[in-house]
Write a protein that binds this ligand. Structure first.
Ligand code: FAD
Length: 395
């Protein structure tokens, strides 16, 4: 494992750091700034700023330059993830498109798809959603029943998706549909790219425990989709989805590590300021052990990320090993959320603003972490994948 970055990578880091320092508005780091904004206003601000960052060349870091990327290395992408979290850059408004769709388009897309989808994504001209889960198909994704009938010059799509992130902001959705109902379960599925503004597509919000509705349901009623709007071959959508999910589950978690490590420092500071049994909570031996355990968990996450990064830099395909990264970062963060609630006690459950609008960032993060062991495949499913596909254990 390589624990260091080379001189070129460090030069990249210092340029990026300089650009971020000069271009992130100071007020963004003022406590309470983001929670003081209306949610739509905050989304628009993030969308616009991210597009300006792309114009300055700080997007698509490791993607080919011919599609608008920067042509950098996996190590530079990991540095980018670290530095953007360190500088408190708001999380991307286009995560499904950037992290999952774009690399899949690079593998399976036609030249035309690469040249249109990728630049539109980088500049946030199109917000993408992921239409995989359905009311009857989550972990068992191959049970999906949304169907697309071949009508000669177009597909006719009917069905429903659920838990669709960004459903209310989405412009397009990459969607798994059944194109051959007579084929075995995993065959006969295709990945269609569907315009969410087309007639017959309806998105409805679902409310989350943080008060937000950043996901929702998407209904398709007799939606006409052009034949060319497909990623990969007809009936081979399962293969496309498996590659896409390996991107979703992640290669390196340096960005997550950087953010979680900062949260741990904030939780430790909170423990110093709160009282427990007549002393600062940070002197409580049990709590100290938990803080120590969280630190160890996060440092192991960092080492695992560097290990993965070294493998990727050496040209190794990760495939199902991506499930190990997903398991490690999501569970480490959930443990950290529980630690925060332990330190904050009842105050961790108090909210001020109406409809949870005034959540403290640590509260928000602790609530959000509950979902991290579900989306992208639950922890139980990841363990099955690691057992069967990485370790080769019997089913
Ligand atoms: C915040 C959030 C955002 C999401 N965004 C999207 C999105 O944008 N697009 C999208 O398509 N989906 C999205 N999802 C859905 C997500 O992918 C599914 O929730 C997930 O795959 C689990 O499916 P399910 O909810 O149907 O649970 P189920 O599959 O019904 O699972 C219920 C429980 O059974 C366990 N279980 C199931 N099968 C097995 C097994 N074989 N072995 C052991 N245990 C098992 C699971 O671990 C879980 O604990 C999102 C989910 C969340 C929470």
């Amino acid at each position: 494992m390589d624990l260091s970055y080379n001189a070129e990578d460090e030069q990249f880091r210092s340029e990026l750091r300089g650009w971020l320092e000069a271009n992130i508005p100071r007020e963004w780091s003022r406590p309470g700034f983001w929670s003081s904004l209306d949610r739509e206003e905050a989304f628009a601000l993030r969308r616009d700023w991210e597009a300006r960052k792309a114009e300055a060349g700080w997007a698509g870091i490791s993607w080919p330059t011919e599609y608008g990327g920067r042509g950098g290395t996996p190590a530079q992408k990991a540095i980018y993830d670290e530095e953007t979290v360190r500088a408190s850059v708001p999380y991307t408004v286009n995560p499904l498109g950037l992290t999952f769709l774009a690399p899949s388009v690079m593998v399976f897309g036609t030249e035309e798809q690469k040249k249109t989808i990728i630049p539109d994504l980088l500049f946030n001209r199109v917000i993408w959603c992921q239409g995989f889960s359905e009311p009857g198909a989550g972990s068992d994704l191959a049970a999906l029943s949304t169907r697309a009938e071949d009508q000669g010059d177009h597909w006719l799509v009917n069905g429903q998706k659920v838990w669709t992130t960004n459903a209310m902001h989405g412009d397009w959705i990459f969607t798994l549909v059944r194109t051959n109902p007579d084929a075995p379960r995993h065959a006969g599925i295709s990945m269609l790219l569907i315009d969410m503004h087309a007639e017959g597509v309806e998105a409805r919000p679902l409310k989350q425990m943080s008060g937000e509705s950043e996901f929702g349901e998407v209904f398709f009623t007799d939606v006409r989709v052009p034949k060319s709007s497909i990623l990969g071959p007809v009936d081979k959508g399962w293969e496309v989805a498996m590659v896409l999910l390996s991107f979703e589950r992640g290669s390196s978690a340096m960005g997550q590590y950087t953010g979680f490590r900062r949260e741990l420092d904030q939780v430790a500071a909170l423990a110093k300021g709160r009282e427990r049994f007549g002393k600062p909570a940070a002197e409580d031996p049990q709590l100290r052990q938990k803080l120590g355990a969280s630190l160890v968990e996060l440092e192991l996450l960092k080492l695992h990320s560097l290990h993965i990064l070294t493998a990727v830099e050496q040209g190794r395909e990760l495939g199902f090993e991506a499930s190990m990264t997903k398991l490690q970062w999501s569970e480490a963060h959930q443990d950290l959320g529980e630690l925060f609630l332990d330190v904050a006690e009842l105050s961790g459950q108090e909210t001020t603003g109406e409809d949870f609008a005034g959540l403290d960032p640590l509260q928000h993060s602790a609530l959000w972490s509950r979902s991290e062991t579900i989306w992208g495949g639950s922890s139980q499913v990841q363990r099955n994948v690691v057992a069967e596909r990485v370790l080769g254990l019997p089913r």
